[in-house]
Design a binder for this molecule. Structure first.
Ligand SMILES: [Zn+2]
Length: 413
């Protein structure tokens, strides 16, 4: 069976995307299915109903990850798993995550429709809480599966109403499931909307994701001494605000060193926060990213050297910097990613290599087993938004690429 000989049913895929979007539908045309809510569970049950029509074996684990299996000829081999997530952001979109799950179902059903027996089993995985909106951290289910987070830790995580992940897992019966990680996966594929404008801008249909950015997060504080805005002469004040101006300039200089670099100040607090009080302390966060680990290290060094220079020049304030998180660069499997490119080329779909600027469950999986991530365009690069849209043609193109790669991987003997 060669690539492109069979194709998924694009009309069925679109119909199901639209049916799923009805659960938690929002007035602005999006979906609202926060993780482990009644709406999220209803979405899972709709999906499982479609799986039941085909008689696929279904299991779940204690963090609520769902595993659907289409058996192969040799079920002692570890499966190829294709997955993503069904939860959404608040007033989120209809495609982020959902496309990956329903395209995976298309792959299994297309194998059935064409009476193709694979050698290894082919699984669908629905990961719990990819979005990280109601409960943090994001990519929770895949993180627990891969041993990055403990089940105990995530069970004790609370939402803003004080409800725990554990209580919600118990409520839906997931706590009766398999021990997380017990379900082996040999290789992993994921289709996702790009969530950025690169593919649309270049007229490309398929993004072969080479990797994900390396990320460093910092907390930075500038300590001075608060005082009344009027009585103290400027030269005698210990005001951290002029130093903040230089810090902001430094951070964005670091991020503008080359096109692939990113720098962001996302949180900024001046205390006590009163119009006639000079702040005694300013706290801010800094997020630095680059797809090359060595370049991120250079950005880190430039940032720290710039702060040292600033501290030498501004003796009246104390600058302190703490790195609070480092996520190393993620690299996807060369052979699987090459199969993605070949499938796209074989189907006449424009393809280009891209770097993922957002996190995905595939990041956790890529550190554990050979994995590939496939992107399709989304209109105006919009996601986490009710207006998020990918066309039926692009959704089908992505699902067909998954199908081709699955045929190549799972039929190899
Ligand atoms: Zn997603």
């Amino acid at each position: 069976m060669g690539m492109g000989d069979v194709s998924i049913n694009s009309e069925r895929l679109w119909r199901r995307l639209m049916a799923m979007a009805e659960i938690g539908a929002t007035p602005g045309g999006g979906s609202h299915r926060l993780t482990l809510t009644d709406e999220d569970e209803a979405g899972r049950q709709l999906f499982l109903g479609w799986c039941a029509e085909r008689g696929y074996d279904v299991q779940y684990d204690q963090v609520g990850n769902i595993f659907v299996r289409r058996a192969g000829g040799n079920n002692n081999t570890q499966p190829l798993a294709i997955g993503s997530h069904l939860d959404t952001q608040p007033r989120g979109g209809r495609f982020d995550g959902i496309l990956g799950v329903l395209a995976a179902l298309e792959v299994l059903e297309t194998l059935d429709d064409n009476e193709i027996e694979t050698d290894m089993p082919v699984d669908i995985v629905v990961w719990t809480n990819e979005e990280g909106s109601r409960f943090q951290p994001a990519m929770m289910g895949s993180g627990v599966h891969c041993g990055v987070h403990s089940l105990e830790m995530v069970r004790s995580t609370l939402d803003d109403k004080g409800l725990s992940v554990g209580a919600e897992l118990d409520r839906f019966g997931y706590s009766q499931g398999l021990v997380p990680g017990a379900r082996a996966i040999g290789q992993y594929l994921e289709l996702h909307i790009e969530q950025g404008p690169v593919l649309e801008d270049s007229g490309t249909v398929i993004g072969a994701v080479k990797g994900g950015q390396a990320i460093r997060w910092y907390e930075l504080s500038l300590q001075g001494q608060e005082t009344h805005a009027g009585p103290v002469p400027m030269a005698q004040r210990r005001d951290p605000m002029p130093a903040l101006a230089r810090v902001i300039d430094l951070v964005y200089q670091v991020g503008l060193q080359d096109e692939a670099a990113r720098s962001t100040i996302g949180v900024l607090t001046a205390r006590p926060g009163s119009i006639n009080v000079m702040p005694g302390r300013i706290d801010l966060t800094v997020d630095l990213r680059h797809p090359l680990e060595t370049r991120l290290k250079e950005m880190d060094a430039a940032f720290q050297a710039g702060l040292d220079d600033l501290q030498a020049a501004e003796r009246k304030i104390a600058i302190s910097l703490e790195e609070i998180w480092h996520s190393p660069v993620v690299l996807f499997d060369h052979a699987l990613t090459e199969a993605v490119r070949q499938s796209a080329t074989g189907r006449g779909l424009p393809v280009q290599d891209v770097i993922s600027g957002a996190g995905h469950d595939a990041f956790h999986m890529a550190r554990a087993v050979p994995s590939a991530l496939v992107f399709v365009p989304c209109r105006d690069g919009l996601s986490h938004n009710e207006a998020e849209y990918t066309s039926p043609e692009h959704a089908a193109a992505g699902a067909n690429v998954l199908l081709d790669v699955a045929l190549r991987v799972a039929c190899a003997r």
